[in-house]
Design a protein around this ligand. Structure first.
Ligand code: APR
Ligand code: PHB
Length: 390
């Protein structure tokens, strides 16, 4: 097979780029390791920045997002004195976020790819990248036991943190920056009315908690748990009880509880790989960086990568201008690092760190106290939360 751009990974980053390129008549193929059902079974954060929504529209798949996504103009921070609402709209100078599940984003992208007749090859095994430093790279894989080959002009590694693309960059070229946190998030999805129509992030003495939602009848809640904890250690009752204890009493009493329809534990990690380009290979999304979920920057940062890469490829094919591709890694990383800084600072401010000295704990509380008492600090929070410009 021959194509212009071979995209590895059919997650949101790969599918969005594929859809956008197809819209500009740039031929591409997506190779995905798993089945479509497997990809759609993953539950992840559900807060979208405006830049992401704009890209979805540009890709021709923003209609359901407009209809069903909830526009949020604020979030609340819970602390030991109660609840402080941060006005995202005012603080950011008129922007908002949209609450819409990542699973729905992926579903919309798959449907759009199908409608346009895009090529997405599922269950592509043993994907390997070759001759990335040449002008004629190629990708091999196995499908239904048969060896296949795709000749292309560019390869995009959008195959997530565990994919093969990043690993195809020689170790002496790749620099990795990482922080692993000493706890995880236990998340529960339940068909109950959300306790609040806006998100509540709680920095509590007992640990972090988050009240989020997918709709007015579907709630998503999280609590910080030790890394050693297993899902089976947490009955639904124990989860609800602990969640309520980490929220102001008046919020806790309003909480509607019910059976969990999904329950899982995810570790927290901050990670960035540099550079995001090696020869004709460009990394995008989780393949190059991981965010702790505090602040919901994972998917949104994948989208900003896609934005830079899309424009770089369009300029290459339409105008013969390679400046965008040459500066891709530097531009994408500049924004990714700012989003990392924000999700790191939110994570550090709101979680309990068992090994903290009394001094560090005091400083951490002061950080939170500063945020809830300073309008300027809230503006900076709002500017970052809604997403910095591309
Ligand atoms: N070959 C082909 N496909 C692969 C391979 C491989 N060797 N390894 C992984 N994949 C596929 C995965 O099955 C997955 O569907 O690549 C896809 C990567 O998708 P995601 O992990 O969702 O990553 P990305 O598209 O970058 O999405 C960014 O935002 O909210 C965050 O972490 C969240 O998924 C997230 C993301
Ligand atoms: C979610 O709804 O799953 C969610 C929302 C905000 C976050 C993380 C997760 O910061």
């Amino acid at each position: 097979m021959k194509t212009q751009v071979c995209i590895i990974g059919g997650g949101p980053a790969g599918l969005l780029l594929s859809q956008l390129l197809h819209g500009k008549d740039i031929d591409n193929i997506v190779l995905e390791k798993h089945t479509r059902d497997y990809v759609l079974a993953r539950i992840r954060a559900g807060v979208l920045e405006r830049g992401f929504a704009k890209l979805m529209h540009e890709a021709g798949c923003g209609d359901r997002l407009d209809r069903e996504g909830e526009v949020h103009e604020g979030v609340s921070i819970a602390h030991d004195k109660g609840l402080t609402r941060i006005d995202l709209f005012k603080g950011s100078g008129g922007s908002t976020v949209i609450v819409y599940g990542q699973t729905e984003v992926t579903r919309d992208l798959y449907e759009a790819r199908e409608k346009m007749g895009g090529v997405v090859i599922h269950e592509a095994a043993d994907v390997a990248l070759h001759d990335l430093k040449s002008d004629a790279p190629y990708v091999t894989y196995v499908k239904d036991g048969k060896a296949e080959r795709v000749d292309c002009e560019f390869v995009v590694g959008a195959d997530g943190f565990h994919g093969i693309s990043r690993k195809s960059i020689p170790a002496d070229v790749l620099r990795e920056y990482e922080r692993v946190y000493p706890f995880g998030w236990l998340g529960v999805l339940s068909e109950t009315k959300p306790v609040s129509h806006e998100l509540i992030y709680s920095g509590n003495e007992r640990g972090f908690a988050l009240c989020s939602l997918r709709s007015q009848v579907l709630s998503r809640y999280y609590i910080q748990v030790p890394l050693e904890d297993k899902v089976d250690d947490w009955s639904d009752e124990a989860f609800w009880e602990e969640l309520k204890r980490r929220l102001p009493p008046d919020v806790g009493v309003r909480m509607q509880t019910g059976p969990s329809i999904e329950k899982s534990i995810a570790p927290l990690r901050s990670y960035i790989a540099e550079p995001m380009q090696y020869g004709r290979l460009f990394l995008a999304g989780d393949a190059a960086h991981i965010f702790p979920p505090t602040g919901a920057k994972g998917l949104n940062s994948a989208a900003s990568d896609v934005h830079y890469l899309y424009h770089g490829l369009v300029d290459h094919y339409r105008k013969g201008d390679d400046k965008g591709l040459e500066s891709y890694s530097q531009k994408a990383l500049a924004r990714v690092w700012k989003a990392q800084r924000f999700s790191w600072s939110m994570t550090m401010m709101l979680h309990r760190f068992p090994a903290y000295t009394p001094y560090e704990r005091k400083l951490q509380k002061t950080e939170l106290e500063y945020l809830i008492s300073s309008e300027r600090a809230q503006q900076a929070f709002a500017e970052n939360y809604v997403g910095l410009p591309y």
